[in-house]
Structures are given as structure tokens and as C-alpha cells.
Ligand binder design. Structure first.
Ligand code: C2G
Length: 133
């Protein structure tokens, strides 16, 4: 069983997120999504998600590619997560390219950066809605 992990806020879930989750799952057989808590978003990413953690978790758990959703509390938990969940492949969108290469040095996991889906983002959705009502 090849186990994959990825991280994110996944607010206002959109097809860019789905494309990422689909390709992440295709890297193995089991996908763990580590979902940023509301506190982590606010304190460390200066993001206030539209949907709270429980709702974002509920949405992710409804996606066929997702096998497990667990909380992301801080930036530092990735190495222990990879070990805890016996991860073989660590996946992030390529806006993070290079930022998590240390995972491959400190664990047995391979690090894979997948291309982002162009022209869609949570912040763009929010901007469009606030401008167009
Ligand atoms: N993503 C994508 N295409 C988009 C938008 C997002 O492929 N158009 C990917 C991002 O690259 C990321 C994942 O979807 O891999 C989740 O995106 P966010 O919710 O914006 O996650 P982020 O804020 O980057 O949080 O510790 C890592 C952080 O939790 C990552």
C-alpha cells in the first residue's frame, strides 16, 4: 500500500483543489490530507477561511480521492506526520517547489510537486464575488 500525504486549507473547495487531490492520489493507493485548522490559518497564514475546519473537513471527506483527513496545527509537524502515517510520497502544489525538499532528507518519503491549476484560487473567487456582488 503506497501512502501519500498532502497539506492545505482547501477553503471554498474548487476544481484546482480537486485536480491536485486527484493527481496526489494517483501517486499511490491511500491519501492523507492534513487540513489547516482555523487557528493555524489565522495565526500562521493570516488567512481566515470562509468555511471553518469542520465544514472543510466534511467536504474533503466526501471526495473519492481522499482516504483520511487530519488537522494541521503548525508548520513543524510534517516530518512527524510522514513517519506517523508511514508516508511514501509527500505531495504539494508547485507554488511550494523546493520548500519541502528537507522531507526527503529527513524521512524515507519522496517529495513531489504537482503543477497548480491555472486561473483559479480561493482568493480570486473571493475577489470576484466581492466586486461583482
Ligand atoms: N492548488 C492547486 N491549484 C490551484 C489552487 C491550489 O494545485 N489553482 C493546490 C495548492 O498548490 C496546494 C493545495 O491545492 O497544494 C491546497 O491549496 P491551499 O488550500 O491554498 O493550501 P496552502 O495555503 O498552500 O497550504 O503546510 C502547507 C500549507 O498548509 C499549504
Amino acid at each position: 500500500m503506497k501512502r501519500v500525504i498532502t497539506y492545505g486549507t482547501f477553503d471554498l473547495l474548487h476544481y484546482g483543489h480537486i485536480n491536485l487531490l486527484k493527481r496526489a492520489k494517483a501517486q499511490g493507493d491511500y491519501l492523507v490530507v492534513v487540513l489547516s485548522t482555523d487557528e493555524f490559518n489565522w495565526e500562521s497564514k493570516q488567512k481566515k477561511s470562509y468555511f471553518d475546519y469542520e465544514k472543510r473537513k466534511q467536504l474533503l471527506e466526501a471526495i473519492r480521492y481522499v482516504d483520511l483527513v487530519v488537522p494541521e496545527h503548525n508548520w513543524e509537524q510534517k516530518v512527524s506526520d510522514v513517519k506517523l502515517y508511514q508516508i511514501d510520497v509527500f505531495v504539494m502544489g508547485d507554488d511550494w517547489t523546493g520548500k519541502f525538499d528537507f522531507i526527503a532528507e529527513e524521512t524515507e518519503a519522496e517529495v513531489v510537486y504537482l503543477s497548480r491549476t491555472p486561473e483559479v484560487s480561493t482568493s480570486q473567487i473571493k475577489d470576484d464575488l466581492s466586486m461583482n456582488g
